[in-house]
Design a protein around this ligand. Structure first.
Ligand SMILES: [Zn+2]
Ligand SMILES: [Zn+2]
Length: 335
């Protein structure tokens, strides 16, 4: 195992545990050093015992480099981190998790994610997924390096090349498109048309009055281009309250216009909250369970969304990403 691969794995484990604080910062700094240092220098320093002279390399990172360089494919330090950070799957969530075949919402380094498209895809493969939908941000979300027209087009080219390498695994094309204040979408129609799957989300003016927000969301989900309504309330648990809208109107529109309601698995979102999920189920909506991952480790967060689905007794056949990629596409193209 190369030292870089060992550190990427370590970051994966820390991310999936939603770890923060000193250890993550230390490893994030160490990974930059390891990436920037030629392999032969790492080997030389390892032999001479001078790894810790490199910036950001402390006891734990020096140990990980040493173990990786020893040719061990399963370094003991990684095994320890793996055991410490493994996510528990509640019994009720297990059937949902086993039924999922893909993940319809995630970000790469192209916008505000931390990993390459290929790293996200390969991690999804290792988790047993058949496909992912790549949904980087749209242009208006400049804070998250939203993709303008040209960058999206060049991303589509990159994905086409990756798909040849990774087949039969599939990276479906997509975008998390901002729902603008008036309910219009932050992307031109011709591009919306080209994408396999479009997630539409509210990221701005979350505090608008309920009648306005209801109209805004209804307009977006009624668009023939929109396939999935992302994190519908926009809440950040303990940080930002859910936005206010009339769920009967919005979810009735989702059901009528063939837009799935996303169950967002991010620990700080867990969106929709249970009472809203109930209403969406009653309206006959379809759903997706997505990670909204911004790092490879977060691709394992589907278990959180599956727990929400299990608690809400969501019928498994209403979850679109339990379908094959072709069946998912047949649905998005029809609706
Ligand atoms: Zn979002
Ligand atoms: Zn997102």
């Amino acid at each position: 195992m190369t030292p870089v691969a060992a550190f990427e794995r370590a970051m994966h484990y820390l991310d999936r545990a939603h770890a923060s604080g000193f250890k993550v910062k230390a490893f994030a700094q160490a990974i930059e050093t390891v990436r920037a240092t030629p392999l032969d220098e790492l080997e030389r320093r390892n032999a001479a015992g001078t790894l810790k002279e490199l910036p950001g390399i402390g006891d734990a990172s020096a140990r990980l480099i040493r173990e990786a360089l020893s040719g061990d494919e399963h370094p003991a330090y990684l095994a320890k981190l793996d055991a410490e950070t493994a996510l528990e799957v509640p019994d009720a969530a297990r059937p949902y998790l086993e039924a999922l075949r893909g993940d319809c919402h995630m970000h790469s380094r192209w916008s505000d994610g931390g990993a390459t498209i290929e790293a996200m895809a390969r991690t999804a493969m290792s988790l047993g997924h058949e496909y992912i939908v790549l949904t980087d941000h749209s242009p208006r979300l400049t804070i998250a390096h939203g993709l303008n027209r040209d960058r999206l087009v060049s991303q589509l080219d990159d994905v086409a090349v990756l798909n040849i390498d990774l087949a039969p695994f599939r990276i479906l094309t997509g975008m998390e498109v901002d729902i603008l204040e008036d309910g219009l979408l932050d992307l031109d129609d011709d591009l919306l048309e080209r994408l396999d799957v479009v997630v539409a989300s509210v990221h701005s003016k979350l505090k608008m009055d309920a009648p306005e927000m209801t109209a805004r969301m209804m307009r977006a989900v009624a668009s023939p281009h929109v396939d999935i309504l992302g994190h519908c309330t926009g809440r950040m648990i303990d940080k930002r309250p859910p936005s206010k809208f009339d769920p009967d109107y919005v979810f009735a529109a989702c059901a009528a216009y063939g837009t799935a309601v996303e169950i967002n698995s991010r620990v700080e979102r867990m969106d929709p909250p249970p009472e809203l999920l109930d209403i969406a189920v009653q309206h006959g909506c379809m759903f997706t369970i997505d990670t909204d991952a911004h790092a490879t480790g977060q691709l394992e967060w589907l278990v959180h969304g599956c727990t929400i689905a299990a608690d809400g007794e969501l019928p498994i056949d209403r979850i679109l990403n339990t379908r094959s990629a072709d069946d998912l596409l047949a649905w998005t193209q029809a609706a």
